[in-house]
Ligand binder design. Structure first.
Ligand code: ADP
Ligand code: MG
Length: 700
């Protein structure tokens, strides 16, 4: 057995009880797991501070000196021990203990030099330290302690069992030699050389017990690379297994429907980016492999027409196609606009949502199963088992980040051979994140807006400027424009001082009185008929204003609406703000986005507002968003499991990630089954990782 596989219980100083805790708290089961429990920072223990130079705000400092006095103060429960600690320069600092008093009394001797290590603070104007780590200076001088000391993540439960950072460090001293015996490389030699990495044992030594910063840096780089590399290997493995095991439907022909539509009914020339993406997709679906492609394109970049053209290719090849949208409003809109585009095409397009009536459904189910329906547009409702296709060849998932993996995998099963999958998103994901979360998908990007669009002008206004904003809105309405006013909430919350939708609706109605103005309202708690009714009033131009919550965030298309007012904008995340802004700027007129906020803003909120004002570029915005919120929050909990890194950081380590991806691709390009002997260690480790991964990682 590999010594790294030794159960942690058998490590010196552990035993069954601590072993159980290490497992439940840190997921550490073996010696090998323990050595992968890395310090989250390092403290320079080579340095002793003179008391006169200690910054009371410093995190941790180390001081050498002697105890001049040791007094116990107060009675009973309030008893504490106070020591006067003097350094070599004669300066004095107070040291305080509230616990372990007896032990302190017995242990600390006068005239013995000690090293204290702890967090300084100021109390009653005096520098002090409570419960420092304390050690006789004679013992401290041992090697290993002179350099950088790792601080380990730990938990309250572990600390209660005396497994604090120091104790873990001690375990590490025992574990590391065990982990280093035998052959332990995790990356092939050629890769270490090419990427100038340390060997695994050197890296472990360097992260746990570095002698200097240089060594620590190299160790970190190696371990980060290794982690990122195996994530990429896993993703590419998923793709490679899919390619080996799944035969894709072959759509060879671009037939009559596509051609007729393209020549006669296309309402506008495609942009270069749209054409390029369609080419990429055509290559996929003609290749014999199942397509799994992510289409990224900013709001308004024209993804819908791409989806439609692909659907036509599927239909030309004798298959059905479906488009799934995350909300009813969006599904409805897709249905209406596609229905109109296809009106002279002699094709059957149908809509299925949660509110489709039973009788209609029944008919629909039948005509779907008979193959009569060519294109089905819908919401989650089309995932139901009752919904069966005759021969589903293409699935388009719009705004895919709203759907979970389980839901998508259901669509796979709607045909005996999995259909081609095109997922579309208007939330641009930074490349590093896309590579990690969707690394097993092919990615296409529409990076060009349809011609003639004027960039949206975005401004930030404080609530105190509301009257001016209303004045501006009235001018725009006079020019024939329509306006969205969006609120973050639909119910009044007692504690918070932001406006809620109903209040806002009333004040808008007051400021924009009938009969001159008509105001529509839409929010998530309305019945869908009412929502539709209000949406329609707005879309038809019967209302000048639409007061809404974020239900209008996704996909809604009213080209004449040219002003987006976002209330309490500080309460929205960046990508949400960008999505909302994307509701305007769809027509030929100059559009505006007005971000309303309170006067007091956190730094982060200010960054969000400034970013919105400065740029319309969704990718730039998503980069900033990633930095502000971190990857987990951006992807939501659905995918955050894929973002659990031990040591790597997707934001800071993007260059390493690129390098790791390239190395992984190099392997799959040259030896997809990992058969070459140099790759044996990679295969072994990868197999282990795949075993530990939950199932959902296999389907994207
Ligand atoms: P999104 O990518 O946000 O889903 P849509 O597909 O809804 O964008 O397209 C936004 C608008 O741009 C629609 O009104 C659509 O008709 C229009 N559009 C799309 N492509 C073009 C193009 N090549 N030229 C002109 N207008 C286009
Ligand atoms: Mg869209």
């Amino acid at each position: 057995m590999n010594t790294r596989d030794t159960p942690i219980e058998f490590l010196k100083g552990v035993g069954p009880q601590r072993a159980e805790l290490l497992r439940s708290e840190l997921g550490v089961r073996t010696v090998g797991d323990l050595v992968r429990h890395y310090p989250f920072r390092h403290i320079d223990r080579s340095k002793f501070y003179p008391i006169s130079e200690v910054d009371p705000n410093a995190a941790l400092v180390q001081i050498k000196g002697k105890f001049m006095r040791l007094d116990s103060i107060g009675a009973k429960r309030a008893t504490r021990m106070v020591g006067a600690f003097q350094d070599g320069q004669g300066n004095i600092m107070e040291v305080v203990w509230f616990r372990s008093i007896t032990w302190i009394k017995q242990t600390i001797k006068p005239d013995v030099e000690y090293v204290l290590f702890g967090k300084p603070s100021i109390f009653n104007g005096k520098l002090q330290m409570t419960h420092p780590e304390i050690e006789p200076a004679s013992e401290f001088d041992k090697p290993l302690k002179g350099g950088l000391e790792g601080v380990y993540p730990t938990t309250e439960k572990l600390k209660a069992r005396k497994l604090d950072s120091r104790a873990i460090r001690k375990l590490m001293q025992a574990a590391l030699p065990m982990a280093m015996s035998g052959v332990q490389e995790t990356l092939p030699a050629y890769m270490l050389k090419r990427q100038s990495l340390l060997s695994n044992t050197e890296a472990l030594q360097g992260i746990h017990f570095p002698e200097n910063t240089e060594q620590l840096k190299r160790a970190e780089r190696t371990l980060k690379f290794e982690e990122l590399f195996y994530v990429q290997m896993r993703l590419l493995r998923v793709r490679s297994l899919r390619e080996q095991n799944i035969k894709g439907l072959v759509f060879e022909a671009v037939g009559e429907h596509f051609n007729t539509f393209y020549k006669e009914h296309l309402p506008f020339p495609l942009t270069g980016a749209q054409k390029r993406v369609i080419k990429e997709i055509r290559k996929d679906i003609g290749s014999g492999q199942q397509m799994n492609r992510l289409l990224q394109g900013d709001v308004g970049s024209g993804k819908t027409i791409v989806a439609l053209l692909c659907a036509l290719i599927a239909i030309d090849n004798g298959y059905q196609a479906t488009i799934m949208a995350p909300t009813e409003i969006l599904a409805q809109q897709h249905y209406e606009s596609l229905f109109e585009l296809l009106i002279n095409m002699n094709l059957n397009v149908a809509l299925l949502t949660g509110s489709s009536k039973a009788a209609y459904r029944k008919k629909l189910h039948a005509s779907l199963e008979s193959g009569e329906i060519n294109l089905l547009i819908g919401t989650h409702a089309l995932l139901e088992d009752k919904v069966k296709f005759h021969n589903l060849g293409l699935v388009v998932i719009d705004e895919q980040h709203r759907f979970g993996v389980a839901q998508r995998s259901k669509l796979w099963k709607k045909n005996t051979r999995p259909p081609h999958i095109l997922v579309m998103t208007a939330t641009p994901i930074p490349r590093t994140l896309a590579m990690t979360v969707y690394g097993d998908l092919d990615v296409s990007v529409i990076d060009e807006m349809p011609p003639g669009r004027k960039p949206i002008k975005t401004v930030h206004r404080f609530d105190s400027a509301r009257l001016q904003v209303f004045g501006f809105m009235k001018e725009e309405i006079k020019k024939g424009r329509q306006i969205y006013v969006v609120y973050p909430l639909i119910e009044e919350s007692e504690k918070m001082d932001y406006k809620d939708l109903m209040d806002g609706y009333e004040s808008i109605c007051r400021a924009f009185p009938q009969p001159e103005y008509q105001v529509a309202i839409v929010h998530g708690k309305m019945k869908s008929e009412d929502k539709d009714f209000e949406m329609k009033r707005f879309a038809d131009g019967q209302c000048q204003l639409m007061v809404a919550t974020t239900v209008i965030e996704v996909g809604v298309n009213v080209p004449n609406a040219s002003v987006m007012v976002i209330e309490s904008a500080e309460r929205f995340g960046l990508s949400q703000l960008h999505q909302l802004r994307g509701r305007v700027g769809r027509g030929a007129e100059q559009s505006f986005c007005i971000l309303m906020t309170g006067n007091k803003l956190s730094n982060e909120a200010r960054t969000r507002m400034n970013t919105m004002v400065e740029t319309n570029d969704g990718f730039r915005i998503s980069e900033v968003d990633l930095k502000l919120r971190g990857p987990g929050d951006i992807m939501g909990t659905q995918q955050s499991g894929a973002l659990d890194f031990h040591i790597a950081d997707l934001i800071k380590d993007s260059e390493l990630l690129e390098a790791a991806r390239q190395e992984a691709e190099y392997i799959y390009d040259n030896d997809p089954k990992l058969e070459h002997p140099t790759l044996a260690i990679v295969l072994q480790r990868l197999t282990l990782i795949m075993k530990r991964m939950p199932n959902w990682a296999r389907i994207s």
